[in-house]
Design a protein around this ligand. Structure first.
Ligand code: SAJ
Length: 437
């Protein structure tokens, strides 16, 4: 058993701390957010996901986990604080990682292991982390050890992926790697891939960049398909039958705290990264593309109201970090649209999230932005008497086309041109612009 101090009790730090606590270690979880620590002290999870509460209850019963506001002397320090993106510089902002390392400095002892789980640009362990920790009297690789063990779990299925996914473990030297691998083997059931810290830093960023670039490709395909009037979803389905092709899904853009940000950590100091930057640009421009669809569908309608279905950045979670919905709503409001929002998971967002009936009342168009399961199975019959015009724009291709069409809705799907006129009750046909989607 070792004593582990986890700095940062967010979406990754807290479940990681609890997994270690349930695997026979003594864990102290530290966060600068006082409220978070207080909530944990009462035995409650500050945020919910499948299995989190049970894990906390069991760790507390074993007396293996404590939440505190101050860092304590330990055998292992695990840093899982956020790495924000500095949009002006297009660089990783390492202030929290460095400040966490600074908190460790006065408590550092000979033989300690410091693990960075936070996402960091290549060379961070070798340079900034080393530099900060060596403000103590100790030297890296002689007195203390450092490694990068990036988190790779997907929000929505965090616990399962933390336990069963393979892990990448990169130490600043062999001993750091070995010590870290030994520790993680206490709960990880996937394979442990041992490498150097810089390679591990690069691998994590490559994984998310790979996904971003491939989503950008799908988004570009969708726009080309709209130009040609073909169904991109059918085309992708058929193309993906090829044994070496796996095209991802188009959508309203890329959200979350990782995929929309990590590519910039890779490019910040790179001499050639035009493809990665271009992919970022394509994905970031998707809310504009969706707005263009809305404008075409609602052309000619006075004082249009739209209803956004989905504020979360992806399906069946309440997470709104960097959600494309926010940019879309901002742009739509600037264009003069009145915007109402419905999301079955999200509460207390920067825009009011309404109940379903209130959100569709008086609306001219529903815009589905998130792939929540509820939207897949939704029957819109009840909206008919509430909405002003029966249009729906599906940016995820998830709604049941025939059910919505049977309810008299005009369905417009991204990447799937539908050559029909929009549903406009109160206009002469001659006033209506030809519809493209
Ligand atoms: N998206 C699409 N089309 C797709 C797939 C996703 O538009 O075909 C969109 C989603 O709707 C969402 C965004 O991309 O807005 C990101 O969602 P995601 O499910 O791809 O990824 P995240 O951000 O929830 O989690 C990712 C994961 N990384 C990879 O799959 C390579 C996860 O494993 C990482 O742990 C996580 O980033 C992280 O923390 O880095």
């Amino acid at each position: 058993m070792v004593k582990i101090c986890v700095l940062g009790l967010g979406y990754i730090g807290l479940p990681t701390a609890l997994l270690f606590a349930n695997s026979g270690h003594e864990v102290v979880g530290v966060d600068i957010k006082h409220q978070m620590v207080e909530t944990l002290k009462t035995g409650k999870m500050p945020f919910e996901e499948n299995g989190f509460q049970e894990l906390l209850t069991s760790a507390l019963e074993k007396k293996a986990f404590r939440a505190e506001s101050q860092v304590e002397e330990s055998d292992v320090f695990l840093v899982a604080v956020p790495t924000p993106f500095d949009p002006e510089m297009r660089m990783a902002d390492l202030k929290y990682v460095i400040s966490a390392c600074e908190m460790i400095v006065p408590l550092l002892r000979k033989g300690n292991l410091v693990i960075i789980e936070s996402t960091i640009p290549p060379k961070t362990c070798d340079k900034q982390v080393k530099q900060t920790l060596e403000k103590s009297t100790f030297r890296m690789c002689e007195d203390f050890y450092v490694s990068h063990c990036p988190e790779r779990a997907i929000p929505g299925n965090t616990l399962h992926e933390m336990v069963y996914n393979d892990r990448v473990i990169g130490g600043v030297d062999e001993k750091s790697t070995q010590l870290t691998a030994e520790l993680y083997s206490s709960f990880v059931k996937g394979n442990l891939h041992l490498t150097t810290s810089t390679t591990a830093e690069m691998i994590k960023l490559m994984e998310n960049t790979f996904r971003d670039v491939n989503i950008a490709l799908a988004n570009e395909f969708a726009q080309i398909a709209d130009d040609y009037g073909i169904d991109i979803w059918k085309a992708i389905e058929i193309a993906n039958q090829h044994p070496r092709v796996n095209i991802l899904k188009p959508g309203p853009g890329v959200g979350g705290h990782c995929i929309a940000i990590d590519p910039w950590f890779l490019t910040e100091n790179a001499s050639n990264s035009s493809l990665i930057m271009m992919a970022r640009q394509i994905n970031d421009s998707m809310p504009q593309y969706v707005l263009k669809m809305v404008k075409e569908v609602l052309a000619g309608i006075k004082n249009p109201t739209i209803t956004v279905f989905g504020a979360a950045y992806k399906g069946d979670i309440a997470d709104t970090r960097a959600t494309p919905a926010k940019k879309f709503i901002k742009l739509a409001e600037k264009e003069g649209f009145r915007v109402k929002v419905y999301d079955p998971f999200v509460r207390g967002w920067c825009y009011p999230v309404l109940e379903l009936n209130e959100a569709v009342d008086g609306s001219d168009c529903i815009v589905v932005l998130t792939d929540h399961s509820e939207f897949r199975n939704m029957d819109p019959t009840g909206f008919r008497n509430k909405m002003f015009h029966l249009n729906v724009i599906d940016t995820r291709n998830i709604i049941n086309l025939s059910v919505w069409q049977n309810s008299d809705f005009y369905v417009h799907t991204i990447g799937k041109k539908l050559l029909k006129l929009p549903h406009v009750k109160d206009l002469e046909k001659s006033d209506i612009l030809p519809i493209v989607y």
